[in-house]
Design a protein around this ligand. Structure first.
Ligand code: FAD
Ligand code: 2HG
Ligand code: ZN
Length: 488
């Protein structure tokens, strides 16, 4: 794990004492995990280390409040005492934002897991922030609705964590961003004030729409404790198809055709390159959906209300693409099992890569025309530096992601983390993006990993305003310090 040689503990923050621990025990109904008077290292470890095992802090205290009032009491106390905190959901974040950098107290939301209400007429769903995404979606499935977000970490990530990162996921092209679907939030501010904006209204133009500041803030100005979100009707018919494609140009042609011909039923357009496909199929030991290898693969999903209509549309689409030689092979899942195998391959890429050692991850937005050049240019750059292949740290350079959203996941799996690779990649990748007006974070956020690079996506004025907002909401700076937000 990185030890943050470039960061120093901020001595404005108090150090945890036994009296603090005693106070937390008196205000929390769940057990306090603490390492001051007990050997709690095994219980602290999962909260100190991130999903990638790349970032690790040394917190001696994890609190798991059960109610909004408990969160409020904890923050009020921490603010008065100048104790720094890190909010934590399912700890699946990929930028080191959900774990402490030094000794910050972890406030983990997993005990706040109640579903509060669901209105089947409007589709408004209200829940505690600690509800696991898959639990929310299963609850909604029983009521013929879906959660408007889906991603590979659904079995662990929290709805609150999703909102805090403004997660994008696999169907953003159909259901839009959380900035569109979140109707209201309940948030505890650093001084313990509860902001109750948990309404279920579709429209509410009454001045500044404050909830938007917390969506994607990554826990730097408040703790989200409740979420109200608009959920669409679950589609009666769903199809999943997998295509092999010979060039990135053809991937783009297929996307144009999908929009033309599948239009209103298109619910996902994902892609992976041959290298990502190779690694994920080898790791999962599954039968490859297509017999031959191809430089690119596309996953398409359709969801609609009429199965016959969707089947016919997808069949015609596939025929047209084959006839025009836009795709060279393709298969439509014939049942749920085949559909989940295809989705399993796409969603399983991150985990398969992580098994190779470590991964340098860049989650970027780029105008579609140039999206894949980032992968080829990065590979050439690393090869020239002699860092790729047998005996070198880099295993390969792979590209995949949410093509329909212009979101590439450039991943560089390594046998071991190595500063020479990091130096070759940064700022190379960020300068490359800046030239093309791309974004250094499409959906994962900035956390601690992208902290030094904000300037490649935001200008000075915007960075200054961010600092001012942070100062206004969190004057003592206790909320998730050392992460991306600039000092005002
Ligand atoms: P955590 O990792 O615990 O926290 C993430 C950030 O939010 C931290 O800064 C934390 O301090 C803050 N936070 C958490 N909860 C709260 C809260 N209640 N209030 C305030 N701040 C809070 N992301 C995508 O966007 N799209 C994907 O397709 C996607 N796929 C993934 C697949 C895998 C296999 C994995 C491991 C991750 C993936 N991610 C993806 C990244 C990650 O899952 C998401 O960012 C997710 O939204 C994080 O939720 P979490 O509950 O795990 O949050
Ligand atoms: C995905 O789309 C996730 O699979 C994870 O956002 C991407 O691991 C990554 O880089
Ligand atoms: Zn993604």
């Amino acid at each position: 794990a990185d030890s943050y040689p470039e960061l120093k503990r901020d001595e404005r923050f108090a150090k945890l004492t036994k009296e603090d621990v005693e106070h937390f025990k008196s205000i929390c109904s769940a057990p306090v995990i603490e390492g001051l008077s007990t050997d709690a290292s095994d219980d602290l470890e999962p909260h100190n280390a991130d999903w990638m095992r790349k970032y690790r802090g040394t917190s001696q205290c994890v609190l798991k409040p059960k109610t909004t009032e408990e969160v409020s009491k904890i923050l009020k106390y921490c603010n008065e005492r100048s104790l720094a905190v890190v909010p934590q959901g399912g700890n699946t974040g990929l930028v080191g934002g959900s774990v402490p950098v030094f000794d910050e107290i972890v406030i983990n939301l997993s005990n706040m897991s109640n579903i509060r209400s669901f209105d089947p007429v409007s589709g408004a769903f209200v829940c505690d922030a600690g509800v696991i995404l898959e639990v929310a979606d299963n609850y909604l499935a029983e009521r013929n609705h879906i959660f408007p977000l889906d991603l590979g970490a659904k079995g662990s990530c929290h709805v609150g964590g999703n909102v805090a990162t403004n997660a994008g996921g696999l169907r953003l092209l159909r259901y839009g961003s959380l900035h569109g679907t979140v109707l209201g939030l309940e948030v505890v501010l650093p001084d313990g004030t509860i902001m109750n904006n948990l309404n279920t209204l579709r429209k509410d133009n009454t001045g500044y729409d404050l909830k938007h500041l917390f969506i994607g803030a990554e826990g730097t100005i408040g703790i989200i404790t409740g979420v109200s979100i608009l959920c669409p009707q679950r589609s009666a018919a769903k199809n999943v198809a997998f295509f092999g494609v010979e060039s990135y140009e053809k991937v783009q042609e297929a996307y144009i055709k999908a929009k033309e011909q599948l239009s209103e039923i298109l619910s996902a357009f994902e892609f992976m390159d041959g290298a990502a496909h190779e690694i994920v199929t080898a790791h999962n030991d599954v039968r490859r959906p297509l017999a031959d290898q191809h430089p690119f693969y596309i996953v398409i999903e359709t969801s609609g209300s009429n199965k016959e209509h969707d089947d016919e549309k997808l069949g015609t689409f596939l025929e047209d693409l084959m006839e025009k030689e836009i795709v060279s092979d393709g298969v439509v899942a014939e049942n749920e099992t085949q559909a989940s195998t295809i989705w399993g391959l796409r969603e399983g890429i991150s985990e398969s890569l992580s098994k190779l050692g470590g991964t340098y991850k860049y989650d970027v937005s780029i105008p579609l025309k140039e999206l894949y050049s980032m992968v080829t240019d990065t590979k050439t750059h690393l090869e020239k530096a002699g860092l790729v292949g047998e005996g070198s740290p880099v295993v390969d350079v792979v590209g995949y992601g949410h093509l329909g959203d212009g979101n590439l996941h450039l991943n560089i799996p390594v046998r071991y983390y190595d500063k020479s690779v990091e130096k070759a990649l940064e700022p190379f990748v960020y300068e490359w993006l800046e030239k093309r007006s791309g974004s250094i974070s499409a959906e994962h956020g900035l956390g601690v990993a992208k902290k030094p690079f904000l300037k490649y996506s935001k200008n000075e004025v915007m960075i200054r305003l961010m600092g001012q907002i942070k100062k206004l909401y969190d004057p003592k700076g206790i909320m998730n310090p050392y992460k991306y937000v600039p000092e005002a």
